[in-house]
Write a protein that binds this ligand. Structure first.
Ligand code: ADE
Ligand code: ZN
Length: 327
């Protein structure tokens, strides 16, 4: 694939069945099966909530700093091998706190893995996500609790079950995050309608929208997103796996490109949805996008990254000098 940035990946969504089984054994956690193929066979989802139920349950195997480091290292090694220049990765601290695992454990493990990846030349940072279905008070509490670790993450996001959990109640916690100099993003328009996207922009002040595909249902919103060049982090294989679209061929991505939307291609939860960012790019190619389009998407990912302008210029030069691989 062309050199690019991955801006929408949940570290907990990179937990491959092999590591899940190994961590369960290491920590004495009972699993319904230790057969990795049986795990993969279970990963068939009717909607976002069906996925989240399994995804959250599986996180009970993460107990120690080493577990979190192993999880992140496996993903970051793959990212480097795929030729990614930059990773901005989500994590869900509230799930770990519920499991009796402290923020110190989570940050120690992820921090060690991210430091090691940086030392090997990969630019990477963490974005702390609030679980929208736990409510705004819980989000404010976790942001406060994370402040001693402020140097270890660059932004906040909003994820989990979207429908019935609109952005508005989170306005205060996003304002508090902004006051701390944190970047702000939010999942919106994945299962929820265009109004979730509009409210994330207007009420939360987000700099990027995660997913955003349902914005296409509202022409006026599309015009605004184009005018303001708001980046959308699209995850095609996730949208198919969670039935946000009926099939890949029906994905709005080609129409989004034609509309002039600035979007990037990402993996979301690659251990569950059939592949990492390169598989998502391959899916996009299969929709008939040509080299010019693929270069635009790679460039969008660089432009939308939370890094200084000089870094973006340097990466654009790397991209311009790169040939498109044949597959
Ligand atoms: N958490 C992990 N993956 C998610 C997704 N696709 N949507 C919302 N929350 C998530
Ligand atoms: Zn996501």
């Amino acid at each position: 694939m062309l050199p690019a940035a991955e801006l929408h990946v949940h570290l907990e969504g990179t937990l491959e069945p092999e590591l899940l089984v190994a961590l369960a054994a290491r920590n004495g956690v009972a699993l319904p099966t230790t057969d990795v193929e049986q795990w993969r066979a279970r990963y068939v989802f009717g909607d976002l909530q069906a996925f989240l139920d399994i995804y959250y349950a599986n996180l009970a195997v993460l107990r120690t700093p080493q577990d979190f480091a192993d999880l992140a290292t496996a993903y970051l090694d793959r990212a480097r091998a795929a030729g990614l220049l930059r990773v901005e990765a989500f994590f869900d601290p509230q799930v770990h706190l519920d499991n009796g695992v402290g923020l110190d454990v989570v940050f120690e493990g992820f921090g060690a893995a991210f430091d090691a990846a940086r030392a090997r030349g990969l630019s990477c940072d963490l974005i702390l996500c609030f679980l929208r279905d736990r409510g705004a008070d819980a989000a404010e509490e976790v942001l406060r609790a994370a402040m001693p670790f402020r140097e270890q993450f660059i932004g906040v996001g909003l994820d989990s079950a979207e429908v019935g959990h609109p952005p508005a109640p989170f306005a205060r916690v996003f304002a508090a995050a902004a006051a701390e100099g944190l970047h702000r993003v939010a999942h919106a328009g994945e299962e929820g309608g265009p109004e979730y996207v509009r409210d994330a922009l207007d009420l939360l002040g987000v700099e990027r929208i995660d997913h955003g595909i349902r914005a296409m249902e509202d022409p006026e919103l599309v015009r605004r997103l184009v005018d303001e060049q708001v980046p959308l982090t699209v995850c095609p294989l996730s949208n198919v796996a969670l039935r946000a679209v009926p099939e890949l061929a029906a994905h709005p991505l080609p129409a989004m490109l034609d509309a002039g939307l600035r979007f990037t291609v990402n993996s979301d939860d690659p251990a569950y949805f059939g592949g990492y960012v390169e598989a998502n790019i391959a899916a996009v190619r299969s929709l008939g996008l040509d080299e010019t389009a693929l270069r635009t998407l790679a460039r969008n990912s660089i432009d939308a990254a939370f890094v200084p302008h000089e870094q973006k210029s340097a990466w654009r030069s790397v991209l311009d000098a790169s040939e498109l691989p044949s597959t």
